[in-house]
Design a protein around this ligand. Structure first.
Ligand code: NAG
Ligand code: NAG
Ligand code: NAG
Ligand code: NAG
Ligand code: NAG
Ligand code: NAG
Ligand code: NAG
Ligand code: NAG
Ligand code: NAG
Ligand code: NAG
Ligand code: NAG
Ligand code: NAG
Length: 818
């Protein structure tokens, strides 16, 4: 009540702009100054202020116009809005109900300050001047015989002449809203605001327009591409079905009958929504939703991004090379899109290549070429500098060599067809630029050679001198320091942070996220606001070797289902790894009955399983060097805010050349998830498949592999599997504490069979991770002839499961039966 009280106390008699609700009109030569001088004023709980020139109507939602500022109130706009009024036509300040709904604004791109003046001049012009006297906005109606200003019952701000006919009206200049009865005429546009908090017009992104063919929603401006259309002739009128006008019945967008005040708004995300007053303001219709799913909006995930499911966004990655071509504009807001790490350049087309994606489509697919094969389509894009991608749609199922080809020069969100269409109906090639390799010196070798020899000679000589000097002055250099220096020289390493930077980022290491096998993990925030997890590896004997291994291997691996290493730090003997932050933590928080935070639904578990399988398949098969994780367990599977899973912690991983299984000398991993072949020392990537099988089983059953709260014969989950497998009662294993899992028990049982395949005692019988992915995607079936012996007497030892000192124990096991 700050503002209004001043108003009543100081200005009521002197200078209170009071126009009663019966006559929301003004004569020429009237000015309103944006100070506390308004009678109809309100201050809301969040600090927003409304100062109304007029209010039309009393009690309930009423139209008003005047100054309005939201939140911090540093700048004001002149608006027409709908406010709640009580029986005395006072603006209702109740935060939950009374918030003004802005339906038109004069100066949304040019806000004004406190003290700005709205002037209905003697010459018949409505002018908004900022406090410095500059004209911000004007109706330009000088000399048009304006007689006064009126706010009509419909919410139209009108300048009328002596004959009461309209000279100027706000309805002719719609912003992002239409109110009941307002029409959108040909040539007029609705343009959304930048966001719900920044009301500047979002030029050139989305727009809604009526043409002589009908209503079109567009994205982009050069030229606009339509993502929604409704064909008819006439203008658009927001009207409920009950009041269709007979003159142009097709021009009406049917919306639910209005029982109260309504307005329609083009939202910043391209949706067209209808709001209605029902004790509070709520969305009663999302008008494009009959035709468009979330991923159909051209910028559902921003530019150059992929959208799947219910608006899950990610950047395109190349499955064949390990190079990252796109990066998220903002890692924590994936729907803002992706940018090319190396922009396409037309004069270096020889360095361009393509990322290949199956089953993605763009909202505006049009056939630039018909009945061509994929290669022709791709080449056409390669040959045209402005082409950003080649989208190919297979023609008739049987005929793979003929289809439609689309060559966009602007890439919007690509939508995944998985959920709509059967496999393999489109293929997309996204053009990307490789970093140009330095020009070779072979051309003018003779000349260069001489220069080079000379230069190199002098440099070497200088280096020698410098080296000598350094050696003399710093004879005794600490080992740790030397190592620290050499770390930075390893090529291809991710960002290097200084210790001071890390201290700032983690607020002096005070937010502990958890403690892993290799050290403590802290939460931090980078300067750009993105959150990270800092793993501190200090104080461990074998740290240096594993640190380098981890930095080198993870730093070069990029996959949506693998946690990204963002940087590292080496300071004295301390080693730190900086990872992306995963807000939902590790999988073990979510799957065990009893201590889980939330019971995950079947769909969510299935997604996590698929993510992990894909991440592992990538490590095993798509990297230049095969990477075996060696420590797959729920603690090493991290979840983001949308429960997308990423495999983390390659600290124990060891790079193994393809086709060359190696004999390992030390046992690695975690009891319970270890494959039986650890006992025989032939270690292949199938040990990960086994561990994955255990994780799978734990997720499906909602319990730990080893759980002594169960009856003794069920302590070991593998014993339970063995029994249920033999008795054909696998459905008894399904997580009993989840109704949703029970509902889907037949699907879950199929998944238990996948787990059983992964848990084959003989590692050669286990599937590869890419086979698992295929099974999960439904293009392959589980091997039917499975060995049903899941348990190994040597692994039955309960002490084995419990013992924390692995090395000691395994040493004895290894020395035993071998
Ligand atoms: C505008 O002028 C007319 C005629 O001069 C007068 O009747 C009316 O009260 C005035 N309206 C206001 C709001 O001052
Ligand atoms: C209407 O609202 C105003 C301002 O919130 C308040 O001062 C007034 O008492 C209210 N009148 C009634 C009848 O509720
Ligand atoms: C309103 O406009 C008139 C004419 O343009 C001008 O003379 C007058 O000073 C303005 N009033 C204010 C308060 O700026
Ligand atoms: C008034 O004229 C100015 C200058 O010509 C123009 O920028 C502005 O858009 C016009 N205002 C309206 C409401 O048409
Ligand atoms: C203002 O508009 C209303 C319709 O909303 C109309 O009834 C009224 O006559 C108008 N007033 C003037 C002065 O034109
Ligand atoms: C008002 O109407 C009269 C009679 O129809 C006409 O002569 C006059 O030009 C009109 N005035 C304006 C400003 O349109
Ligand atoms: C101010 O803006 C915020 C964010 O859009 C919104 O939630 C709030 O309702 C607005 N306040 C008012 C009084 O309109
Ligand atoms: C609002 O968005 C516009 C256009 O993107 C930008 O120029 C302006 O700085 C933004 N304003 C605020 C307060 O963020
Ligand atoms: C491409 O051509 C532009 C203009 O001629 C030039 O500025 C740019 O450096 C060239 N880029 C490459 C990679 O050659
Ligand atoms: C390249 O593609 C653009 C957009 O598809 C098209 O307008 C242009 O004519 C093409 N250029 C050539 C040389 O084919
Ligand atoms: C698909 O097959 C039908 C019948 O064989 C043929 O008429 C049609 O042209 C084919 N379409 C394409 C795109 O090849
Ligand atoms: C998709 O279909 C094409 C042509 O039918 C085929 O060459 C390709 O191997 C298929 N890809 C997959 C993953 O099935």
């Amino acid at each position: 009540m700050r503002g209004p009280r001043y108003c009543f106390a100081l200005f009521f008699i002197l200078n209170c702009y009071s126009t009663t609700s019966d006559h929301p009109t003004a004569n020429l030569s009237t000015t309103w100054t944006n100070t506390e001088s308004f009678c109809h004023a309100a201050v809301f709980g969040d600090g927003s202020i409304v100062r109304a020139n007029f209010i039309r109507g009393s009690s309930g939602p009423s139209f008003a116009c005047g100054f309005y500022c939201n939140g911090s109130c540093t700048s004001y706009l002149f608006y027409v809005f709908i406010v709640q009024t009580n029986s005395t036509s006072a603006i209702d300040e109740q935060q939950s109900t009374g918030f003004p709904q802005v339906v038109w604004s004069a100066n949304r791109d040019h806000p004004v300050s406190y003290g700005a003046v709205l002037n209905l001049t003697a010459t018949g012009e409505l002018v908004l001047q900022d406090v410095d006297g500059s004209t911000v906005w004007s109706t330009n109606t000088t000399g048009k015989s304006v007689a006064g200003l009126n706010l009509t019952n419909d919410g139209n701000l009108v300048l009328f002449d002596v004959n009461s006919s309209v000279v100027w009206q706000s309805f002719d200049y719609p912003t992002d809203c239409l109110v009941l009865g307002q029409r959108l005429f040909q040539g007029q546009q609705l343009i959304p605001s930048v966001s719900s908090t920044n009301w500047t017009a979002q030029q050139g992104l989305y727009s809604l327009e009526v043409t002589d063919e009908g209503l079109f929603a567009y994205v982009g401006s050069n030229p606009p591409l339509s993502y929604y259309d409704k064909l008819f002739s006439g203008n658009v009128c927001l009207s409920s079905l009950s009041s269709v006008e007979p003159s142009d019945p097709y021009g009406v967008i049917p919306i639910p009958g209005a029982s109260s005040a309504q307005y329609m708004k083009l939202m910043p995300d391209g949706h067209l929504k209808v709001f209605e007053w029902q004790e509070s303001w709520s969305v009663v219709a999302d008008l494009f939703s009959d035709h468009l799913g979330e991923c159909n909006y051209p910028l559902a995930c921003g530019r150059n991004a992929l959208c799947s499911g219910n608006q899950q966004c990610r950047c395109p990655v190349s499955s064949s090379t390990r190079i990252d071509y796109f990066r998220a504009v903002n890692d924590w807001q994936p729907n803002l899109g992706c940018f090319e790490i190396t922009p396409l350049t037309c004069n270096a087309t020889q360095d361009q290549t393509f990322i290949e994606l199956e089953n993605f489509i763009s909202f505006n697919f049009v056939a630039d070429m018909k009945r061509v094969d994929t290669e022709t389509c791709k080449q056409a894009c390669a040959n045209n500098c402005s082409c950003k991608a080649a989208l190919f749609q297979y023609g008739n199922g049987s005929d793979s060599s003929s289809g439609d080809c689309y060559l966009p020069f602007e890439l919007f969100t690509l939508m995944n067809l998985d959920t709509f269409v059967i496999h393999n109906s489109t293929i997309t090639f996204i053009k990307v630029q490789n970093v140009r390799s330095p020009p070779s010196a072979s051309k003018s070798r003779s000349n260069l050679g001489v220069i080079l020899t000379f230069t190199i000679g002098s440099v070497l000589f200088l280096l020698g001198v410098i080296g000598f000097l350094i050696n003399v002055t710093r004879k005794r250099r600490l080992d740790t320091q030397r190592e620290e220096e050499s770390l930075g020289e390893v090529l291809g390493l991710p960002n290097r942070f200084s210790y001071e930077e890390l201290k700032t980022i983690t607020e002096n290491f005070n937010k502990k996220l958890g403690e892993g096998g290799f050290g403590v993990v802290f939460k931090g925030t980078l300067e750009d606001g993105s959150k990270i997890a800092v793993k501190c590896l200090g104080g461990l004997g074998q740290v240096n070797k594993s640190f380098l291994a981890e930095v080198q291997s993870i730093g070069s691996i990029h996959h949506v289902n693998l946690v990204t290493l963002r940087g590292f730090c080496a300071w004295k003997s301390q080693r730190f790894l900086v990872y992306e932050f995963m807000s939902n933590g590790s999988l073990d928080r979510w799957i065990y009955h009893g201590d889980r935070e939330k019971v995950l639904e079947w769909k969510c578990r299935k997604k996590i399983i698929r993510d992990v399988a894909k991440g592992l398949a990538y490590l095993h098969e798509d990297c230049r060097q095969k990477i075996i994780h060696l420590d797959i367990k729920p603690q090493n599977i991290l979840l983001d805010s949308e429960f997308n899973a990423r495999v983390s912690d390659f600290g124990l991983s060891k790079l193994i050349d393809r086709n060359q299984p190696q004999v390992m000398t030390t046992v690695r991993g975690t009891p319970g998830y270890l494959a039986p072949e650890w006992l025989s020392s032939v270690i292949t990537e199938k040990v990960d498949v086994y561990s994955f099988g255990i994780v799978l089983l734990e997720m499906l059953c909602g319990r730990k592999k080893f759980d002594i709260s169960q009856p003794e014969e069920s302590w070991n989950l593998l014993d339970v599997l063995q029994k249920c497998w033999e008795q054909g009662t696998l459905q008894d294993m399904v997580d009993k504490y989840s109704k949703d899992m029970q509902t889907h028990s037949s699907e879950v049982v199929e998944m238990i069979k996948v787990a059983s395949w992964c848990l084959q005692y003989d590692f050669t019988k286990r599937p590869s991770m890419s086979m698992v992915v295929k099974v999960l995607e439904g293009v392959m079936k589980v091997e039917s002839n499975l060995d049903s012996n899941f348990t190994d007497p040597r692994l039955q030892n309960t002490a084995f499961e419990h013992d924390k000192d692995m090395t000691q124990l395994m040493a004895s096991v290894l020395s035993g039966p071998r």
